[in-house]
Design a protein around this ligand. Structure first.
Ligand code: GDP
Length: 581
């Protein structure tokens, strides 16, 4: 009996089948490798221009003469035979996204600062990111071809951020360049190589491959393609790789010129074809011994993710359950002594009132939270959407509540979560089967499928807007100027009257009015009388004179005042959130 129990327990806890990096290599096996460089700096300081120029120099040098492929990274060979790998996505956003995923690919940061602009916000952020990652900097002072360029000022300004150039006794190499004309780019490359030599960058080119995915995309003809930077070992055709929850048998490899590669050594950017699924940027690539082993690793990772997700979902559901209980308790307090039928009736009435304003929406007007579930085709797209959602500030009037996210088609679980939370499901490049659509319709859950990210964002903005309270807008109907003031006696009271001429539109007695003096609204309300000569009228048109009195007797008119007749219209509010497309 005892034996049986322990056997059962063993079955439940699955054995860890993950693949991991090898322990550090024997120093005797290490050989020098090229540095991997990321270009960072403030927007418009010339990062893209510099990358383009470096790439073109390489193509012009006739390395291959093929069509340049976008690989996310490219290799530059110097006349001296030295090589540098540049990551192709400038800016610190990509750098920190990779780091956040635990990928340490960059050896050196080239910090671009425009000599006509100096140190700016993102310059400082770039310095911080490089420092946090303990990656040394080479300074490229750009746009030195401009008359107003002042490279010395840049060197001085950077002292405040503890980036001390060699001229000032520090160890940061600074090169004055022009990315536009290409001047001094060789000096920049040489400075980078000099720094790389000091760093003694080395790797072990033997044994199973280790690397990092830099970019991944699906090519119509070739299927899932990744760009990787190899960090250890030498990649060859036929190698079996795992990355994230995907695996590949390398069918072919190519460089940024589309040239087929026979092998890829440490620090080389390489396009890899042969993936069964699409891994994500930042995923670690590891070579395993067989397809069976690759499947085992991927299965284990999927299993582990499921376990994590289930735990997370349970936590979320538990929190929701508590919220519900709290809601029930509040209901009881509010409608405490009532019979359940009376309670339901009151709630129904409350809902109906809200519906008057937004007849097409089932959303209650006071529901100022939008719970969302995000599903995408690959990690990359889900991450991109999450990054956008991250730009949503908690100070907005409607709260955005990310309930759940993941990769893959919409599932019954998503629909159930959306139902529990009263949320909306957003799918990017994924499907929702007919059965799921029907189930969602039954549960009154909205599923929104998109293929373009900005459409998805627009949709999200609309959903958020729907949940904002309506805005009351004033629409002028007519304007009149006060030409004379007098008062009439009504019983014992003296009522102030304004003699007006309608300048624009018309005054309609039943509508709302405001009195404006020196540009300030000093009264808003209704009229008690509107007369043309002695006759009571309901409308006075442009060019006509009239006498009018207000429902507020303490207001004295003055010649020169303006009376504006207007109507109020309720319009849907628009969220002020703009993720910056
Ligand atoms: P990024 O935002 O840092 O990638 O900056 P870009 O490379 O897009 O450059 C911003 C602007 O500066 C573009 O109009 C470039 O043509 C211009 N620019 C970039 N480098 C130079 C340079 O060395 N000299 C001059 N005069 N203009 C440059």
């Amino acid at each position: 009996m005892k034996l049986k129990w322990s056997k059962l327990k063993q079955d439940k806890v699955r054995e860890n089948k993950d693949a991991v990096r090898r322990p550090p290599a024997d120093p005797a096996l290490l050989t020098p490798r090229p540095p991997v460089v990321t270009i960072m700096g403030h927007v418009d300081h010339g990062k893209t221009t510099l990358l383009d120029k470096l790439r073109k120099t390489q193509v012009a040098a006739g390395e291959a003469g093929g069509i340049t492929q976008h690989l996310g990274a490219f290799l530059v060979s110097l006349p001296s035979g030295e090589k540098i790998t540049f990551l192709d996505t400038p800016g610190h956003a990509a750098f920190s996204a990779m780091r956040a995923r635990g990928a340490h690919v960059t050896d050196i940061v080239i910090l671009v600062v425009a000599a006509d602009d100096g140190v700016m916000k993102q310059t400082v952020e770039s310095i911080r990111h490089a420092r946090d990652a303990q990656v040394p900097i080479v300074l490229a002072i750009n746009k030195c071809d401009k008359a107003e360029a002042d490279p010395e000022r840049v060197r001085k300004e950077l002292l405040a951020y503890e980036v001390v150039c060699e001229d000032y006794g520090g160890d940061v190499q600074a090169v004055d360049i022009s990315a536009r004309t290409g001047s001094n780019l060789t000096a920049l490359a040489e400075a980078t190589i000099a720094l790389a030599e000091m760093l003694e960058l080395k790797a072990d080119p033997s044994g199973p491959v280790e690397g990092t995915v830099v970019e991944s995309f699906t090519d119509k003809g070739r299927g899932p393609v990744t760009t990787a930077i190899i960090q250890r070992g030498t990649l060859r055709k036929g190698s079996i790789l795992v990355a994230g929850k995907c695996w590949a048998k390398v069918r072919s490899m190519f460089d940024e010129n589309g040239e087929v590669l026979r092998e890829a050594c440490p620090s080389m950017p390489v396009g890899i074809i042969g993936w069964k699924d699409l891994p994500s940027a930042g995923d670690e690539i590891l070579e395993v011994e067989s397809e069976t082993r690759a499947r085992e690793v991927v299965d284990w990772r999927k299993y582990e993710q499921e376990q994590e997700k289930t735990k997370d979902d349970l936590k979320v559901i538990e929190e929701k359950r508590k919220e519900h209980q709290e809601g029930h308790r509040k209901d009881r307090d509010q409608y405490g002594s009532l019979h359940w039928k009376e309670r339901s009736y009151l709630k129904y009435q409350a809902k109906k009132e809200h519906k008057v304003f937004r007849p097409k929406e089932k959303v209650e007007r006071d529901s100022n939270v939008l719970p969302i579930i995000i599903k995408g085709d690959v990690d990359g797209s889900v991450e991109a959407i999450l990054d956008l959602v991250d730009t949503y500030d908690a100070s907005h009037e409607c709260k955005l509540d990310l309930v759940h996210f993941g990769v893959g088609d919409i599932t019954e679980n998503d629909v159930n979560l959306a139902e529990t939370f009263g949320g909306v499901i957003y799918g990017f490049n994924v499907n929702a089967s007919n059965a799921i659509q029907q189930s969602a319709a039954k549960k009154q859950v909205k599923i929104k499928l998109h293929k373009v990210i900005y459409r998805l964002v627009e949709d999200l903005q609309e959903e958020l807007s729907i949940r904002l309270p309506c805005i009351v807008e004033e629409h002028p109907v007519g304007e009149a100027s006060v030409l004379a003031t007098f008062s009439v006696t009504e019983g014992k009271k003296k009522v102030p009257v304004a003699g007006c001429r309608v300048q624009k539109g018309q005054l309609e007695k039943r509508k709302k009015f405001k009195l404006i003096r020196n540009g300030h609204v000093i009264w808003k309300g209704s009229l008690t009388s509107l007369k043309h000569h002695k006759d009571d009228v309901s409308v006075i048109k442009t060019g006509m004179d009239c006498g009018l009195s207000l429902d507020e007797e303490n207001i004295e008119f003055k010649v020169g005042d303006e009376m504006v007749c207007y109507e109020e219209k309720e319009v849907l509010a628009k969220t002020s959130w703009d993720p910056g497309f």
